[in-house]
Design a protein around this ligand. Structure first.
Ligand code: CAO
Length: 456
């Protein structure tokens, strides 16, 4: 047999110890240059390690679950010129690793970053991963293959799924090892995760909730032939609707919601807003920017609202990133305005205009929707007097805002006509109690009623 050459992991940026999730070839396979040998999957992307030249795979040096870095040897390949003879069925024994090719640097990996398309909920910080190799050490250029705990590495125990699907599953609290993949080589798709959740909700088995939540023992979803009762048209849900629907259902089912209602007297605020609008004709200043500022002030005063549950701990955030629910033709998305505490009203107004436009033009990236601390859902431009917003997990509260209206307010002697803004604060009752929520909305109303309080 001619000299075997190594196929190594090429430059994969900063990623290290990236797990192999799929073997794309077997010993004996004829491969073309750039053909994928194995698939690696980091938290950010799925990538194939390509064959550096045409040839025959004589030995695979890795197995599913191994963690590789740049330069790790993936396979021994007999180059095509030398490999004219038909390949043996299986190599009898693993040949010793051939010396590294002198020239021929490995070609760049074909990185397939997963879709950065809008996802409705911010990603959790860094949840638990699927079982990984017991040893984190990647084979170096000269080291022999590292041995791993076979039990932790049984291929069946390492679910094949892209980073986006893993993230989606994590957000739903689904344990991927319980999901059967329907795509190529048993790979798990988003649809598989959705089907798993649907079946679980219909009584077919509960998704294992991260943090130990029990499953819902619900009766099956009613199956009705609607066409029996009149003409119907079936329209598929948009991708955003499916994603946000799954998030909303999870959040509604798993978070004990309570909604606190209050009214803020924004008569003076409105006069100031109008003045600001006249002075800054090219920036649309809506009540929402004042709400963002007031929410930041309330979050500073009541830090439990600027927090997330992490098991038995409450993670209190020292930053103020505010999610804004934006209605788009394809469904609801929640881009995040970062460091809202450091921005003035006009800067917030400008940014709000930009993210709303970006959302409606479908240009939001997943990064634009991550890291939120607290969300605001404003239906004030449309109407309504109150509603119950659903908390955007892992946040613990969300402020709903309805349309302001002139109302008679008793001043002790007479009724005054005041512009009142309805506030609806939904909160996670595991973290926040009713008294704290009432204080929070009362303080919000105070700030909105007298913006000088923002200076305190
Ligand atoms: N009371 C009275 N008027 C209000 C108001 C309120 N609370 N909030 C906004 N308005 C007015 C604005 O001043 C604006 O008036 P002009 O056109 O005369 O200036 C008009 O209503 C429209 O405002 P807007 O909706 O364009 O702007 P916004 O900053 O208030 O909101 C955005 C921006 C992106 C949040 C909003 O467009 C949106 O998408 N809202 C829907 C959010 C949603 O769907 N939430 C539900 C989630 S749960 O399913």
């Amino acid at each position: 047999m001619a000299e075997l050459k190594e196929a190594r992991v090429p430059d994969i940026g900063d990623d290290k110890d990236v797990p192999v999730i799929e073997l794309l070839v077997q010993p004996g396979d004829v491969v073309k240059k750039d053909q994928g040998l194995v698939t690696l999957e980091s938290d950010k992307a799925t990538m194939e390690v390509p064959a550096p030249f045409d040839g025959i795979v004589r030995e695979l040096k890795v197995k599913v679950g191994d963690e590789l870095s740049e330069g790790s040897v993936v396979a021994l390949i007999e180059p095509a010129v030398a490999a004219a003879a038909p390949p043996p069925a299986k190599p009898a024994a693993a040949p010793a690793p051939a010396p590294a090719p002198a020239a021929a640097p490995a070609p760049a990996a074909v990185a397939r970053p997963e879709s950065a398309a809008p996802a409705p909920a911010p990603a959790p910080a860094k949840p638990a991963e699927a079982p990984r190799a017991a040893s984190a050490e990647a084979p170096s250029r000269s080291s022999p293959p590292v041995s791993f705990d076979a039990d932790a590495l049984m291929p069946a125990k390492v679910p094949h799924a892209s980073p986006a699907v893993r993230l989606f599953a994590r957000e739903l609290g689904v344990d991927l090892s319980q999901v059967t993949g329907s795509a190529r080589a048993g790979r798990i798709s988003k649809e598989d995760v959705q089907a798993f959740v649907k079946s679980a909700l219909a009584g077919g088995g509960a998704p294992r909730a991260t943090g130990g939540g029990g499953g819902l023992d619900l009766i099956p979803w009613p199956k009705v032939d609607f066409a029996k009762f009149g003409p119907v048209e079936s329209k598929p849900l948009s991708r955003i609707q499916k994603l946000s629907g799954a998030n909303l259902a999870r959040n509604w089912a798993m978070i004990p919601h309570v909604t606190q209602f209050d009214d803020a007297d924004i008569t003076e605020m409105e006069a100031f807003r109008k003045k600001l609008g006249e002075e800054n004709k090219d920036t649309k200043v809506t009540p929402l920017v004042f709400l963002i500022k007031a929410a930041v002030a309330a979050l500073k005063k009541y830090p439990a609202f600027n927090a997330s549950l992490d098991g038995d701990n409450l993670v209190l955030k020292k930053y103020f990133h505010i999610g804004i629910a934006v209605d788009t033709p394809d469904g609801l998305v929640v881009p995040v305005i970062r460091d809202a505490d450091r921005k003035g009203l006009l800067e917030l107004a400008k940014e709000l205009g930009e993210i709303s436009a970006k959302a409606r033009d479908k240009k939001l990236t997943s990064a634009d929707m991550q890291g939120g601390c607290f969300s605001i859902s404003s239906l004030g431009g449309i109407g309504g007097t109150a509603f119950t917003p659903i908390i955007n997990a892992p946040e613990v509260a969300i402020l709903g805002v309805s349309r302001s209206a002139m109302k008679p307010v008793w001043n002790g002697k007479d009724f005054d006509a005041r512009l009142m803004l309805p506030l609806s604060l939904s909160y996670d009752h595991r973290v926040i109690d009713g008294a704290a929520a009432a204080r929070f909305t009362a303080y919000l109303a105070q700030v909105l009623g007298d913006l000088r309080r923002l200076l305190l």
